[in-house]
Design a protein around this ligand. Structure first.
Ligand code: GDP
Ligand code: MG
Length: 303
């Protein structure tokens, strides 16, 4: 059955892909635009692994943002997959929001992205220069100057995703590019991802926060069961943390289970905020040998 969405007189709507190098603040910006945390973020690269839609409801218009993994040069099978996910999001959108980090240029990844944009037909591109809270005015002006010549951007908007600076200006710039269209999503819907996906992501985010070196990149999380018990105002979640090697198991579990407890407690608090109920979270640790280099295992784990 196909659902027909009725157009609304004078309403504008469209899809916008958020792309950029790893770690420039794409997911943080998405959360700021939506006004709620739906995409996990961290100070480490390759945090986002899926295309995550976030719906921004505004008076008179609606933008469906697609958050994507960072585009970068890589030979690692998982990362190749992530770049494919990001590139796939560029087609079929009404506009592209390219995000760069004002404080940390990534010339290699940036050039790669610009080349990809050059070599294909694509929708209009707005450049968001993010993290302006970290740079001084003269440097910012220099950056704007430099980027203005790099590509045919419709507009260049300096922003700070963490402080919310200039996010309104960014929305206004995007609104101008939206075609007339219906609200694709109802007012109360802010993402297309199910709660169980976001719950798994919350756990993965804590692993990114609390562990180092290769551990975050070797971790995948699956939800084994997600049981809603409204009468008890409770959601019971069983989740598995998958790592790649036996030697990583001890690190994730920690001394007398301390690390796993810390991950679980932090994730549970996020989940309680999301569900608005109490959450009972039980974590298991499994070894899925070398999953990040194995196509079948990656698919099994959701990539
Ligand atoms: N100072 C500052 N940090 C930011 C800003 N936006 C994002 N960050 C930080 O940059 C890091 C990467 O953010 P994330 O959204 O995960 O980047 P992504 O990989 O592009 O999705 C995180 O530590 C964020 O807190 C910003 O506007 N200012
Ligand atoms: Mg991200």
């Amino acid at each position: 059955m196909s659902e027909i969405i009725e157009p609304v007189q004078g309403f504008k709507s469209g899809f916008a892909a958020i792309i950029g190098a790893p770690n420039v603040g794409k997911s943080t910006l998405l959360n700021t635009l939506i006004g709620e945390k739906i995409s996990i973020t961290s100070s480490k690269p390759q945090t986002t692994r899926n295309r995550i839609a976030g719906v921004c409801h505004q008076p008179g218009f609606q933008i469906v943002f697609l958050d994507t993994p960072g585009i970068h040069q890589t030979k690692k099978p998982l990362n190749i997959r992530l770049v494919e996910v990001a590139m796939a999001a560029i087609s079929d959108v009404d506009l592209i929001l390219l995000v760069i980090d004002a404080a940390a240029p990534e010339p290699k990844s940036e050039q790669l992205i610009l080349n990809k944009l050059k070599n294909r037909r694509h929708p209009p591109v707005i450049l968001a220069i993010n993290k302006i809270d970290k740079v001084k005015k003269p440097k910012l002006l220099h950056l704007i100057d430099h980027w203005a010549g790099a590509c045919d951007f419709v507009e260049i908007v300096p922003v700070s995703a963490t402080e919310g600076t200039q996010v309104d200006a960014l929305l206004a710039a995007m609104k101008k590019l939206l075609p007339d269209g219906p609200p694709y999503f109802p007012e109360d819907m802010i993402t297309d991802m199910p709660e169980r996906f976001i719950a798994a992501e919350m756990i993965r985010e804590k692993v990114f926060d609390l562990t180092d070196q290769e551990i975050p990149f070797s971790t995948a999380v699956t939800i084994e069961s997600f049981e809603e018990l409204p009468k008890q105002n409770l959601v019971r979640i069983h989740a598995a943390i998958h790592i790649e090697r036996d030697s990583q198991k001890g690190i994730i579990i920690g001394k007398q289970g301390a690390m796993l407890r810390q991950i679980g407690e932090a994730a549970r608090l996020d989940m309680e905020r999301m569900t608005g109920t109490r959450v009972f979270l039980k974590l298991f640790v499994r070894v899925e040998k070398n999953w990040s280099t194995d196509d079948r295992a990656m698919r099994k784990l959701g990539y």
